[in-house]
Design a protein around this ligand. Structure first.
Ligand code: ZN
Ligand code: ZN
Length: 239
């Protein structure tokens, strides 16, 4: 095979995006996510899109390694969940959050003891497990402003307690002083036990751009994330 052909890669970005891309129109404020804030030399949205990163994928590898040492989890061969990590620098301060989607009953799988051996910002990681609204109303943006999602979403598992959603709601719950967003990145990975059956998110495994195990967000997250990352102040939104 000619080397040119062999080297050709499928069309894919180096980092996955969660919740659409910056050229999309924001469902909350109805501005394009890459629209400029005129005269300010920056964009109206502090987070025009959310991508993952190599460092965050490395953090997930470390957590996954720790989880596989956890005898309780190893005994639960049907266990399956999504894990997520988020890093952000907002108004000059950094935040490092970890979340996992819930078990049917009880606490999320990832706990403090699974954070050993993370070399990227060692010791700075915080696990979050905020409540997730059961209906489309009463959600929280990353900036801590309340937002209602599209009522049509009521039929699409709006209440799913996904890792990505917990991370964004966890950040919003901090109600940070919101002067500027330097960056916000997020990576996700699935854990699927050897006997987990009917696991729909198995299909995301392997679609990662540069690492085969990086996971895409699920459809419900892809629909919810754009609302949660909008940080355009409520008083600038014209209906
Ligand atoms: Zn917006
Ligand atoms: Zn999801």
């Amino acid at each position: 095979m000619p080397s040119k052909l062999r080297l050709r890669q499928p069309d894919r970005a180096p980092n996955l995006r969660h919740g659409g891309k910056k050229s999309d129109t924001c469902p909350r404020c109805h501005f394009r996510r890459d629209k400029e804030d005129k005269g300010k030399g920056k964009l109206l949205h502090g987070i025009p899109e959310v991508t993952d990163s190599e460092q965050l994928r490395g953090v997930l590898v470390a957590i996954d390694r720790n989880l596989r040492q956890d005898q309780d989890l190893m005994k639960d061969k049907r266990a399956h969940f999504m894990m997520g990590v988020l890093e952000a620098r907002i108004s000059g301060r950094e935040y490092f959050l970890i979340a996992s989607s819930g078990r049917e009953s009880g606490d999320p799988w990832i706990r403090e003891k699974h954070l050993n051996g993370i070399s990227y910002h060692q010791g700075a990681w915080e696990t979050v497990d905020p409540p997730v609204p059961k209906i489309h109303r009463g959600w929280l943006t990353v900036r801590g402003e309340t937002v209602d999602l599209d009522p049509k979403m009521a039929q699409t598992h709006v209440e799913m307690k996904c890792a990505a959603i917990k991370l964004l709601l966890g950040l919003g719950g901090k109600r940070l002083e919101w002067k500027s967003v330097e960056y916000l990145r997020m990576s996700e990975m699935v854990y699927v036990g050897p006997e987990a059956d009917g696991v729909t998110f198995r299909k995301w495994h392997g679609k990662g751009a540069t690492n085969s195990w990086t996971a895409h967000s699920c459809d419900a997250c892809e629909a919810r994330i754009p609302y949660l990352i909008c940080d355009v102040p409520a008083n600038r939104i014209v209906d």
